[in-house]
Design a protein. Structure first.
Length: 169
């Protein structure tokens, strides 16, 4: 945004970038809330966001299908709701992924789900400054993300997580 501002209006000597402010204490506190989910020994992957094409959940389900076929013991939790929900449910059913994927829908407190995960995945095709990646980092959950806007900056060019190509592979 600052680059666009400078391009449009010229450089300012006092231009300062301010990032989103996070209430780390509250996020961590909310993450300690219990959830009604059975304990599992599976490797649990979580993603949080609107169920829309841009978020790439169709790609995450394709990867889940491949990992299941390769006999990986995984669970994928997706917290959020949106226009792609019916399509995702159909894919889950058609590919017998009901035991591996849970669509939790919209949740007022996604942090309690995130705290019960082994890995946070951002499968987005396009993204702004990803608030949820920052929240995963606050909760000290390892992050894998596609290379979309903000990922390089949030993860310090891969120092704090894995940044992959923006593809299903």
């Amino acid at each position: 945004v600052s680059d666009g501002f400078v391009k449009r209006f010229g450089a300012f000597s006092n231009l300062v970038v301010k990032y989103n402010v996070f209430d780390n204490v509250n996020i961590i506190k909310k993450s300690h809330t219990s959830i009604e989910a059975g304990k599992s020994n599976s490797f649990r992957i979580i993603s949080v966001g609107r169920l829309s094409y841009e978020k790439g959940y169709d790609r995450l389900l394709e990867v889940t299908k491949k990992l299941k076929a390769d006999n990986f013991d995984i669970e994928v939790w997706i917290v959020g709701d949106g226009p792609e929900r019916a399509q995702l449910e159909k894919y889950i059913s058609h590919n017998q992924l009901e035991e591996n994927v849970t669509l939790w829908g919209f949740q007022d407190n996604p942090y309690k789900y995130m705290a019960n995960a082994d890995l946070f995945v951002c499968s987005s095709r396009a993204e702004g400054y990803s608030t949820v990646i920052a929240e995963a980092l606050i909760l000290q959950i390892p992050v894998v993300t596609t290379n979309c806007s903000g990922a390089e900056e949030l993860l310090d060019r891969g120092k704090y997580g894995i940044i992959t190509q923006n593809t299903t592979e």
